[in-house]
Design a protein around this ligand. Structure first.
Ligand code: 13P
Length: 249
């Protein structure tokens, strides 16, 4: 039995006041249950998030990290720095970083290894564009994104990781993958990993992301290979995010 995970990806949103209000709403409203709940905040808010969430049932993390431990890398943030702020999770390879900041599989794999080596949990994102889906290459694209990291980091590293399937065409568009579409890709990913290591594949949480809302979460999370969600827009609203967490119970 895999533990459900609901992770919020705040992206580049929020202010000190809205973050404080959001976290207080989450702390007050969350009924501790079976699901792990994580919020991934912009770097400057991590100190505030740590102060607010310490001692609560909610874990927190970042949306990116450098593959390097320290040095002359202007603008970068190391995994060690994230640890100092109590982060437990790091989102890696999000499609926005792949598309807008030119992150490639090789660099994402190096970041993944840095996060694993520090004992933090990477949330590795994979997903196809609409063009790739329409060309019938979805399975090939997501398997390639997954296997680039498996080949570099080793399959055992995935016993400490989370995978997120986020179809690019469903992110921020209001157009969610149907439960059947999402389940099909989740199953493909799990089978591909099972071809390398069945036990690791069986235990790996695979989250769905892309326009998840309170209204569609339960149906998605009921699919056998969907173990929770990576939530963008709806994670900025305490009530909406709590309803999604509830749907994962
Ligand atoms: P939305 O939930 O806003 O579509 O974003 C999904 C996402 O990119 C989470 O990482």
């Amino acid at each position: 039995m895999r533990t459900p995970v609901v992770a919020g990806n705040w992206k580049m949103n929020g202010s000190k006041s809205t973050v404080t209000a959001l976290l207080q709403g989450l702390k007050q409203g969350l009924n501790p249950g079976r699901a792990s709940v994580v919020v991934c905040a912009p770097f400057p808010f991590l100190g505030l998030v740590a102060d607010e969430l310490s001692g609560s049932a909610i874990q927190w993390g970042a949306q990116n990290a450098s593959q390097y431990p320290a040095g002359a890398y202007t603008g970068e943030v190391s995994v060690g720095m994230l640890q100092e702020f109590g982060c437990s999770h790091v989102i890696l390879g999000h499609s926005e970083r792949r598309a807008l900041f030119s992150e490639q599989n090789e660099q994402i794999a190096a970041k993944f290894m840095a996060v694993i080596d520090a004992g933090l949990t990477p949330i590795l994102c994979v997903g196809e564009t609409l063009e790739q889906r329409e060309a019938g290459t979805t399975a090939q694209v997501v398997e390639e994104q997954l296997m680039a990291v498996v080949d570099a980091a080793g399959v055992i590293a995935f016993s400490k990781a989370i995978l997120a399937y986020e179809p690019v065409w469903a992110i921020g568009t209001g157009r969610t993958a149907s439960p059947q579409q999402a389940q099909e890709v989740h199953e493909t990913l799990r089978k591909r990993l099972a071809a390398v290591d069945g036990a690791v594949a069986d235990k790996l949480p695979i989250l769905y992301g892309g326009s998840v809302k309170a209204a569609n979460a339960a149906e998605l999370f009921a699919c056998p290979d969907i173990d929770g969600g990576l939530i963008g827009g709806a994670s900025l609203d305490a009530e909406a995010f709590l309803a999604i967490c509830h749907a994962a119970e």
